[in-house]
Design a protein around this ligand. Structure first.
Ligand code: GRG
Length: 295
């Protein structure tokens, strides 16, 4: 990836990291400590950066959308805490450090995930009010987000993913699972960003299409890295999918086809951006960045 994009990406990451530090509870309560740990323990910040880059493509200043990006990132961190729990993936490491339940115990980790989810909605609601977004539009944004995370979105994806362990599923079923588990949050992130910025329906649809393919690429690459990555690169043990006999792009179609699929999805993602012309260059570069990621 070219240096120019790397610098651009790191600057955006710095903005997100600083803002997260500012926005999270600062007190010394156990639950606040666990919440901070679950968010501030590294993380590439892809989903929140996606929101900022998409806003830029539409000509909006990132400051007008930063709080939406933070809410999305916090929701993602909440889902990672729950995903690592013994009842789910039972992982000991995340982002190169022990998982939240290993550090704080399972009880506090469950509650930290719950509290972060609520905190994200609090941030969002307060800021929609601050930006004087009309109540009807604000309610629409909240509903879109609840639907995308809940039992018809990310959570459904997680259920289907867990229940596909030790089973043979088709590529179509796998795609469906990952569109929900990983893609939905990315899709809704750009959707609610577009709603808040009042983008045209053409621009909104284009960004949603982009995010849909972006999410699939992200998960395909995640599966590839679990197969070929190292503990140092991943910040957790590689090979965990295989160990749990999970359905992944590797188990369903093999490494070679998985790589081809990620390239095909990358073409579809960039093709979705036509309406933005040159202004979407950073979004195109973000696709190359995630296709080439090693962590
Ligand atoms: C509480 C919102 C919520 C959901 C509960 C546990 C669960 C249901 C869903 C889990 C969904 C999940 C963990 C999807 C993972 C997708 C994925 C590719 C995660 C890794 O993301 P990265 O690489 O991680 O962006 P970093 O560490 O960089 O943030």
């Amino acid at each position: 990836m070219d240096n120019d994009f790397n610098t651009y990406f790191l600057k955006k990451k710095e903005i997100i990291d600083k803002a997260l530090l500012m926005v999270l509870p600062k007190d010394n309560c156990l639950i606040s400590k666990a919440m901070r740990y679950g968010v501030l323990n590294g993380g590439k910040r892809i989903r929140s950066i996606l929101v900022l880059v998409a806003a830029e493509a539409a000509g909006a200043a990132y400051k007008n959308i930063l709080d939406i990006a933070l809410a999305i990132e916090i929701i993602h961190c909440s889902s990672l805490i729950h995903d690592d729990l013994p009842a789910m993936d039972n992982d000991d490491f995340r982002r190169g450090q022990v998982t939240c339940h290993k550090k704080f115990g399972e009880d506090i980790a469950i509650l930290a995930g719950d509290a972060l989810l609520m905190y994200a909605f609090e941030i969002l609601a307060k800021n929609l009010k601050k930006y004087q977004i009309k109540s009807e539009r604000a309610a629409k944004i909240m509903i879109l987000l609840c639907e995308a995370i809940g039992s018809r979105g990310v959570i459904l994806g997680q259920v289907l993913d867990m229940k596909s362990e030790n089973k043979k599923i088709s590529l179509k079923q796998l795609k469906e699972i990952h569109s929900l588990k990983t893609g939905k949050l990315m899709q809704v992130a750009v959707r609610i960003g577009a709603e808040a910025l009042q983008l045209s329906s053409k621009q909104t649809k284009s960004l949603e299409q982009y995010a849909l393919h972006f999410g699939l690429i992200y998960q395909i690459v995640d599966d590839i890295l679990d197969e070929v990555g190292t503990k140092k690169e991943l910040g957790k043990m590689p090979g965990s999918d295989k160990k749990k006999n999970k359905s992944t792009y590797i188990s369903v179609c093999g490494l070679g086809k998985a790589i081809k699929l990620s390239e095909q999805e990358a073409k579809k993602a960039t093709a979705s951006l036509r309406v933005f012309g040159q202004k979407a260059e950073r979004l195109r570069q973000l696709v190359d960045f995630i296709v080439g990621r090693r962590s």
